[in-house]
Write a protein that binds this ligand. Structure first.
Ligand code: SAH
Ligand code: SF4
Ligand code: F3S
Length: 468
């Protein structure tokens, strides 16, 4: 395990590790850390990298904040709600820090990359010891050491997305499924979205680095990988390798041990015919596509800067279904974008009826400072947004329920993740089409692919019984 670029980071990691070993031989106590992660899978994967470094330095995980020597918040700012939760939770740590001054509290992630945010946080919560951003995640050990040795807060945010640092230690969530970030940043600047401002421009990892990581993942026993990027369809376009996303899918197909491949997110404007063909011919690529549409109104799509029309989106869906007839399609939808009329909203409902998505993530538009849409006049009242959101959810629930009811008495292939969170008598896993299945079966099936007969399809999950 080694970083290519930063000697200080390595030295800091080794130093903290030695200090923690000395502490253990003195007290027979381990050091504990806790990471609280908000936001998308990209942040989840970043937290796995933080865990990789923490474990190397000798920290063990705890969920008990009273026991922790180090607490880190990995934040998200995609909507206001995500930020409010962070403010609330960090505020609540004041008394803990008062009782235990040697506790180190750190904040990182997208929210910290916003202009002026880090300074604001320190003013609001002066007891916070350490703040860093998304571009300097790999510097964490160096900053942690500084924070341990300093009586004032340590703040370091890079404005630019420097080089991609490979070979970071990583501690992945245990189980059958692993995340692999294949590219960072976004170039699209959808007018509502903060992500390009906090994650920088698109930057693809070299394909050899990605393939080496996936081989390693396969050897560790994971069966499924999900390739991550804000817009995976444009993977490779920023490199000189003449190697695009479809090439990556074909090469992953050859890696032994990996049974299923997923990816997100796809932008409709970049979903090429080559990619659809690759999805259809790669057996490991699952029959599921997450293709955010955001709105069914051309007027709103234009104001959102999405670069496609409703008609183009529908044509794309038709093409995908012609190539992969059983594919499940999910989407993201925003209601209450500035200027969205009742007619615009009805067009979104119409589109949902037409496409018959398997599922949808639905959001009320949330103005983000610094984005174009936040300055648009015609912001929509909260109660109108809420009403539209409820109508949307009601419609989508009906469609999801209908789509699931078709599974009654059908046999599906499930990759078994573990026992069900809600009922330990049930096992839980997903179909290739990403539907959650809770079923009765032997614990020996955990980690394996198995056939399940669906006995009771519900709105959100399918219930069944293992048949082998
Ligand atoms: N890169 C991905 C994910 C972006 S964030 C993509 O392009 O799809 C995930 C979802 O959050 C978006 O698809 C969008 O539906 C929603 N979202 C982003 N900014 C938002 C905002 N300001 N208000 C409400 N929803 C937002
Ligand atoms: Fe945001 Fe649009 Fe980029 Fe997705 S594609 S991250 S919605 S700017
Ligand atoms: Fe949030 Fe950053 Fe992801 S803003 S949605 S955690 S890229």
């Amino acid at each position: 395990m080694h970083f290519k670029d930063d000697k200080n980071v390595l030295e800091a990691m080794d130093y903290i590790r030695q200090e923690n070993e000395k502490y253990f031989s003195r007290t027979n106590k381990k050091k504990f850390a806790s990471i609280i992660t908000y936001g998308c899978q990209m942040n989840v994967n970043d937290s796995e990298k933080l865990w990789g470094m923490l474990e190397y330095m000798g920290y063990s995980a705890t969920e008990d904040r009273d026991k922790a020597d180090l607490i880190i918040y990995n934040t998200c700012c995609v909507r206001e709600h995500a930020e409010e939760r962070v403010y609330g939770n960090i505020g609540a740590l004041a008394s803990l820090k008062h009782k235990k001054p040697e506790l180190i509290i750190g904040i990182c992630g997208c929210m910290m990359q916003q202009d002026g945010m880090a300074d604001d946080m320190i003013k609001r919560f002066p007891f916070v010891d350490l703040i860093f951003g998304t571009h300097n995640l790999y510097c964490f050990p160096k900053l942690l050491l500084k924070a341990m040795e300093s009586s004032s807060s340590v703040v370091e945010i890079f404005d630019d997305d420097g080089p991609i640092v490979e070979n970071m230690p990583i501690s992945r969530a245990k189980g059958v499924s692993a995340w692999v970030t294949i590219m960072y940043g976004c170039n699209n600047f959808c007018s509502y979205c903060i992500v390009p401002y906090v994650r920088g421009r698109e930057k693809s990892r070299r394909h050899n680095d990605i393939l080496a990581e996936i081989k390693d993942i396969a050897q560790s026993g994971y069966k499924e990988i999900t390739l991550l990027g804000q817009n995976v369809n444009s993977y490779g376009k920023d490199l000189d390798e003449n190697y695009l996303f479809s090439d990556l899918l074909f090469d992953i197909e050859k890696i032994d041990g990996i049974e299923r491949v997923r990816f997100m997110t796809s932008h409709p404007k970049d979903l090429s015919d080559e990619l659809i063909e690759a999805m259809a011919s790669c057996k490991k690529v699952c029959e599921h596509l997450h293709l955010p549409v955001q709105s069914g109104s051309n007027n709103i799509l234009k104001r959102m800067n999405r670069n496609y029309t409703k008609e183009q989106y529908l044509e794309l869906i038709a093409k995908v279904r012609r190539a992969i007839p059983d594919i499940a399609i999910s989407t993201d939808i925003i209601v209450g974008f500035p200027g969205e009329t009742e007619d615009d909203f009805n067009e979104t409902l119409d589109l949902i009826e037409t496409v018959q998505f398997d599922s949808a993530f639905t959001f009320m538009y949330s103005p983000r400072k610094g984005t174009l849409a936040a300055n648009m006049k015609e912001q929509i009242d909260l109660d109108v947004k809420k009403r539209r959101l409820n109508r949307l959810i009601e419609l989508q629930n009906r469609i999801t329920g209908q789509k699931n009811s078709v599974f009654k008495d059908k046999i599906v292939e499930v990759l078994v993740e573990g026992t069900s969170k809600n009922d330990p008598d049930y096992l839980s896993g997903r179909t290739r089409t990403n539907k959650l299945v809770n079923f009765r079966g032997s614990n020996e099936l955990i980690g394996k692919l198995t056939q399940v007969k669906i006995t009771n399809p519900k709105c959100w999950t399918l219930e069944g019984k293992a048949i082998n």
